[in-house]
Ligand binder design. Structure first.
Ligand SMILES: O=P(O)(O)OC[C@H]1O[C@H](OP(=O)(O)OP(=O)(O)O)[C@H](O)[C@@H]1O
Ligand SMILES: O=c1cc[nH]c(=O)[nH]1
Ligand SMILES: [Mg+2]
Length: 209
């Protein structure tokens, strides 16, 4: 079973609280999402393996450590996942980026796929699927299925706000996937929105109310 990591950091919690406030406008919401994503990426990359290399400093040769192994591939789920991308790329500028386009049908709450473009050799990369909201879990589960179909092995899922329903869906459909989230909220309302949540992340990010 995958692990749930709740990233409890005062800065992350503070910024997420500002994002939840309905008075926070599009410009500030967008900036906050990038900032939180960068902080979450800092936490998530804590466990990256390091390898020893020999470096010639101006004084001598010595052994130091650099990040080892596979290159990262970030896969934001369009649209709202795009709002986290630049924040993560600030820390990991060499990451490859794929895109999966999904929207949740308003009536059925089922994900509808409309776009997919992924880096090659996903099987050789650490893949992180990125989307701020894990509600029913249908969209994240579908995105994970897509990246696995293209070769990703044990992809990770990074979200801002999750609810138990969405976590259960991922654990059922993708028991190998670790979930990284800034918060676990109470649950879903009758329209499938996270409570208390922050509303529709894509609409708040792009002003499409
Ligand atoms: O867990 P689920 O119940 O599937 O809901 C979560 C999905 O809903 C939102 O996207 P939305 O469908 O609103 O598309 P958008 O990003 O284009 O606004 C969000 O960004 C997730 O992708
Ligand atoms: O609360 C929710 C649920 C799904 N998608 C969102 O953007 N927000
Ligand atoms: Mg939306």
């Amino acid at each position: 079973m995958g692990t749930i990591h709740v990233m409890e950091h005062p800065l992350i919690e503070h910024k997420l609280t500002l994002m939840r406030d309905k008075r926070t406008g599009t410009k500030e919401f967008r900036a906050l999402l990038q900032e939180v994503a960068m902080l979450m990426a800092y936490e998530l990359t804590r466990s990256l393996p390091l390898a020893e290399v020999t470096i010639e400093t101006p004084v001598t040769n010595a052994q130091f450590r650099v990040i080892a192994g596979k290159t990262l591939a970030l896969v934001p789920v369009l649209r709202a996942g795009l709002g986290m991308l630049d924040g993560i790329l600030n820390l990991i500028p060499a990451a490859k980026v794929g895109h999966v386009g999904l929207y949740r049908d308003h009536d059925t709450l089922q994900p509808v796929e409309y776009y997919c473009k992924l880096p090659s050799n996903l099987q050789e990369r650490d893949v992180i699927v990125v989307d701020p909201m894990l509600a029913t879990g249908g969209s994240a589960s579908a995105a994970l299925t897509v990246v696995k179909r293209h070769g990703a092995v044990h992809p990770k899922l990074m979200v801002l706000v999750a609810v138990p329903e969405g976590i259960k869906k991922i654990q059922t459909d993708h028991p190998d996937v670790d979930i990284y989230t800034a918060a676990i909220d109470e649950g879903l309302n009758e329209k499938g929105y996270i409570v208390p949540g922050l509303g529709d992340a894509g609409d708040r990010l792009y002003g499409t109310f």
